[in-house]
Design a protein around this ligand. Structure first.
Ligand code: CP
Ligand code: NVA
Length: 303
């Protein structure tokens, strides 16, 4: 069977996403005791910082009977200029899968092209598919499903926003984004999603959040954009998810944030710590969903 990569949400069909989420629910409920990664190693390459992705992958691999090998981009020869295609072929000789977090999305595509083992995107400047795959699980868990639900995105049109667009395009829920001018998601990703689902851009966060079932945001300056922090703070003024904005949403709406969060910037403390916030369930679910993904791509649950 050819290897399967997970570089973006559309690498899976809607039916496969449902199947994965069903398996994640089994895992979360403690009903899955198999060790499909026994004797296998996942190389985990990090060129950027991480708490959740690193720990949930390493612990997840361990639970499934395998070994997670943490490889800092700074320590690998990759960090000294060894070509990605060489790194891909070498890691393919030693390990059974690669999870990579880096800057350019094209680097992950190149790695996947040259690796003979599955490659998983643990975040690039363009996409964060593992997070959003897990977030749709959280939406189903909290709200019973995504069918007919309105999801609002407030803030930067970043890797998370792009991945939510990809999720809407595969799963078909309504997605409304409010981003300041110049900080919209990638046009091509937006246009593709628009052909498949009810996705719309709004300048006014109140308009995007009106009647929403899920309100989502993320940091205003992502990893690699540290030099733009001051300019972004100015550009994103008025885009804080606070209690007044949450009042516009459906009364049963949940608040999601992939974390880490900057309280007082993209989210007010009252919302982050408030009764509608599900951010720590959301963080926990990374573990369950990634275990399902690893079992599918690297284990004996493939197919
Ligand atoms: N949400 C997320 O990916 O967190 P980390 O950057 O801590 O991995
Ligand atoms: N958009 C953020 C997500 C962090 C998990 C970043 O790329 O830094």
């Amino acid at each position: 069977m050819p290897k399967r990569d997970f570089l973006q949400i559309p690498d899976l069909t809607a039916a496969e996403i449902v199947q994965l989420i069903d398996l994640a629910a089994e895992i979360k409920a403690g009903r899955y005791q198999k060790r499909p990664l026994a004797g296998k190693t996942l190389a985990m390459v990090f060129a950027k910082s991480s708490t959740r992705t690193r720990v949930s992958f390493e612990v997840g691999v361990h639970h499934l009977g395998g070994h997670g090998l943490f490889l800092s981009g700074r320590d690998l020869q990759l960090g000294r200029g060894e070509p990605i295609k060489d790194t891909a072929r070498v890691l393919s000789r030693y390990t059974d899968g690669i999870m990579i977090r880096t800057f350019a999305h094209s680097d992950v595509e190149e790695l996947a092209r040259h690796a003979t083992i599955p490659v998983i995107n643990g975040l690039t400047d363009r996409l964060h598919p593992c997070q959003v795959l897990s977030d749709v699980f959280t939406v189903r868990e909290m709200l019973g499903g995504w069918e007919g639900k309105k999801v609002a995105w407030v803030g930067d049109g970043n890797n998370m926003a792009n991945s939510w667009l990809n999720a809407a395009s595969v799963l078909g829920f309504e997605l409304r984004l409010a981003c300041p001018e110049g900080y919209e998601p990638e046009r091509e990703i937006f246009e593709r999603a628009k052909r498949c689902a009810d996705v719309s851009m709004h300048e006014d966060p109140e308009e995007a959040v009106q009647g929403a079932n899920v309100v989502n945001t993320d940091v205003w300056a992502s990893m690699g954009q540290e030099g733009e922090e001051d300019a972004r703070r100015l550009a994103f003024k008025g885009y804080t998810v606070d209690a007044a904005l949450m009042k516009r949403a459906d009364p049963g709406a949940i608040f999601l944030h992939c974390l880490p969060a900057h309280r007082g910037e993209e989210v007010a403390d009252e919302v982050f710590e408030g009764p509608q916030s599900r951010v720590f369930d959301q963080a926990e679910n990374r573990l369950h969903v990634q275990k399902a993904l690893l079992a599918k791509l690297m284990g004996r649950e493939e197919g």
